[in-house]
Design a protein around this ligand. Structure first.
Ligand code: FCB
Length: 476
């Protein structure tokens, strides 16, 4: 038995996260256009066992069931993504009303269930028509993204206050444009860097468009990984620094500090990336209301002299691994959050953990229940790690678990199960796993604790001769 979970600050948001292509299916319905993932899934060998997101978890038709699951889980907030090709089938021009209607209905259902909708505008499903014009390598994609943001917020911002622009521009750049593991499957290595800049520019332009349409809070969700040198030697430490620049700083320094990090490890001199134009960094660094942090694991690096990417990844021994082979390192999340706070100081806005989770080889037992002790341990460890960061002074305001139900895990197809809910991919039936009950009970206990705490404050204020702020909560 582990120690009781410490109390989180009042108002801390408990949630789960999903993304459109991984759950919706219905790829040819109601006027949706093609996305780069539809195309990539048809490329032979791109996706394990040739799986596609054509059906996924059929959320497009079963969304009401999924909202009911969210309500049962008791989350405060739900992070989902809007499929750009449902709103603009060709990535430009007037909106497809049926696409907007879908997210309108979902928003209303969430609000009726007392759940805060937190949409992400871009979780990797770029309209194929834009990719045909160069995708994120083309500067115009940034403006197209802002136009799309204005259409989505124009319909929803009267009810949706908090918006996330991009999900993990690092992964899009590295896996999508540099290494070819994800859509659009380009293998440009460092030639992918313009895709990073244009996504960041798109983030900045979309931030302005969202605010103009009435959004109250704008965030970006970045993927972060503490970069650990494989040895204490100078070369490995240098390799870890280079990796940290590319994975972590590249997508945060421009936003929070208004400048790119030193890219000299990649042969880029002080003149910087040629695609950066005057004024871009001012757009990119428009103030944000929160930084979304997606954390899965640290990365351990050794030097690779003579390579354009001067590092190579090394296994991290000594930790359990998930079904994906990812090391389970909860303390890495505390390290990451405190590092961000130390690195950016007063420039760091409130932080939300917008993704964190693990894949496990879950199977229903004889009675139909799904025991997933590994995921419960993972949740417990990582949520405590978030609390440790708060105790160390980092302003973390929420935790979104990845994910609600097993879904299409990109190039792994349906092979990695990350859900709190088991999805039977034959029948598409959903069955909550043991971790679902664990997380539900945690949320309920935290809420009850916050209520008791408020009660204690009220009693204290009444009993006190001098009206004061009352007793601070345990984690304040
Ligand atoms: C993240 C993605 C998310 C999911 C998890 C496992 O990088 O944002 O869509 O696939 O990994």
């Amino acid at each position: 038995m582990s120690a009781p979970m410490p109390a989180f600050p009042q108002g801390f948001l408990w949630g789960v996260a999903t993304s459109a292509y991984q759950i919706e299916g219905a790829v040819r319905e109601d006027g949706r256009g093609e996305s780069v993932w539809d195309t990539f899934c048809r490329r032979p060998g791109a996706i394990r066992d040739g799986h596609t997101g054509d059906v996924a978890t059929d959320h497009y038709h079963r969304w009401a069931r999924d909202v009911a699951l969210l309500a049962e889980l008791g989350v405060d907030a739900y992070r989902f993504s809007i499929a750009w090709p449902r709103i603009q089938p060709d990535g430009a021009g007037p909106p497809n009303p049926a696409g907007l209607d879908f997210y309108d209905r979902l928003t209303d259902a969430l609000l009726a269930a007392g759940i805060i909708p937190v949409p992400t505008l871009y979780h990797w499903d770029l309209p194929q028509a834009l990719e045909d014009g160069g995708g994120w390598l083309n500067r115009q994609a940034a403006q197209r993204f802002a136009d799309y943001a204005a259409l989505a917020a124009g319909r929803l911002a009267d009810r949706v206050g908090t918006w996330i622009t991009l999900n993990e521009p690092f992964v899009v750049t590295a896996f999508g444009y540099a290494l070819g593991i994800h859509a659009p499957g380009r293998t440009l290595m460092l030639g992918a860097l313009p895709a990073a800049h244009h996504q960041l520019l798109g983030h900045g332009l979309a931030t302005a468009a969202l605010r103009a349409a009435g959004a109250r809070e704008v965030l970006i969700a970045n993927n972060y990984s503490p970069a650990w040198p494989a040895s204490e030697g100078d070369a490995d430490r240098e390799a870890a620094r280079a990796y940290d620049t590319l994975h972590n700083r590249m997508f945060t320094d421009p936003i929070l500090l208004g400048r790119y990090p030193d890219l000299s490890a990649f042969g880029i001199g002080p003149e910087g990336l040629p695609c950066v134009r005057d004024g871009d960094l001012a757009v990119i660094s428009a103030p944000l209301d929160g930084l979304g942090v997606n954390y899965y694991m640290p990365t351990r690096l050794s030097a690779l002299p003579g390579s354009p990417l001067p590092f190579q990844m090394q296994p991290i021994p000594g930790y359990p691994v998930t079904a994906f082979g990812w090391p389970v390192v909860p303390a890495g999340l505390t390290e990451l959050l405190t590092t961000l706070a130390g690195r950016y100081g007063g420039a760091l806005p409130a932080v939300y953990v917008t993704e964190n989770g693990c894949s496990q080889a879950d199977q229903p037992g004889p009675g139909g229940g799904v025991a997933d002790p590994g995921r419960i341990g993972y949740l417990d460890g990582h949520i405590r790690a978030v609390h440790d960061a708060i105790a160390a002074g980092v302003d973390v305001r929420g935790y979104f678990h990845w994910t609600l139900a097993d879904n299409f895990e990109w190039s792994e197809g349906y092979h990695q199960r990350f859900g709190l809910v088991y999805t039977d991919f034959e029948t598409l039936e959903r069955s909550p796993k043991a971790s679902f009950a664990w997380y539900r009970d945690l949320i309920a206990a935290q809420r009850a604790g916050a209520r008791d705490d408020r009660g204690a404050r009220a009693r204290d204020a009444r009993g006190s001769a001098v009206p004061g702020p009352g007793v601070p909560g345990p984690a304040e």
